[in-house]
Structures are given as C-alpha cells and as structure tokens.
Design a binder for this molecule. Structure first.
Ligand SMILES: [Zn+2]
Length: 147
C-alpha cells in the first residue's frame, strides 16, 4: 500500500507531563498558547530545557522570554505503528529555535506527510491538548516562511 499518511500525535490521554519549579513556567505559558524559553538574567544564555543553574555563569536567575514560535528541523524520525496505535504515524523532531540561539526542543511535527519532512524545514508552533488540562507545544509546517 502506498497511501501517504499524515503525521499525528499520541491521543490526549496518553501524554502526561510532570512539572517542577524550573519547568512549570514553560508549561503555564504553553497553557496560554505561548512558547517561552528561560534566559539567564546575568549573561543572556538561553537554557532549554530549563536548568536551575546557568551552564555559562552558574547564575540562578533567569527571565522567561516569549518566542515567535518559529523553528527549523534539526533532526527527525518517523515512527510507524506505535504500540497500541497501529494507525498512527508519529514524526518526533528535534528543532532549533532561532529566537533562542543554542536551544533545541524535542517535539512532534504534525499534519504533514512524513516523506515531506526534511532537515532545515521551517515550522511554526501550535498547541495540542494533553492530559490534566495542559497543552503540549507541537509544530506544523510554516507555509508563510521560506523553505
Ligand atoms: Zn548566565
């Protein structure tokens, strides 16, 4: 069968998150459909995933900066037949966030034929409901941007 499937996400109830003091602001912002990243208040280094100490200057202070939601594909995989969901096709991606130099996010790209995904592809953020009322940042192809 040569049918082309579109990338999807796991069903809402299958995705759970755990937050702590250093990651909670990320998820609270996502709930408001905003993508944010922590930036060191002292030296300006972005640190995503959030860490208690700046890897550059060991500062513990940080500001949460709102990003544009644009990203580019750094790496990706195509997952067929996820256990329990033989009809799903998942495309987990690692994206570069140009607004937060040096950071990468592990996420999913959705609503795209997996064979069309390529490194360097422009994406834009969207938010997908998951368990317990949280929203998960996911990415779609940015049709407005240049490929
Ligand atoms: Zn720093």
């Amino acid at each position: 069968m040569t049918e082309s499937r579109l990338a999807s996400v796991l069903p809402t109830e299958r995705v759970r998150i755990a937050t702590d003091a250093s990651t909670e602001p990320f998820w609270q912002a996502a709930k408001q459909r905003r993508l944010v990243a922590p930036k060191c208040s002292d030296c300006g280094t972005f640190r995503l995933p959030p860490t208690p100490f700046c890897p550059e200057c060991q500062s513990t202070s940080m500001d949460w900066v709102e990003l544009s939601g644009r990203a580019t594909v750094y790496s990706f995989a195509v997952v067929h037949k996820f256990p329990g969901y033989p009809d799903l096709t998942l495309v987990p991606v690692v994206v570069d966030l140009p607004d937060a130099p040096g950071t990468r996010l592990v996420t999913n790209v959705v609503d795209v034929a997996p064979e069309d995904v390529h490194i360097g592809m422009n994406l834009t953020v969207d938010f997908h409901p998951i368990s317990d009322g949280w929203l998960l940042p996911i990415f779609r192809v940015d049709t407005a941007g240049e490929g």
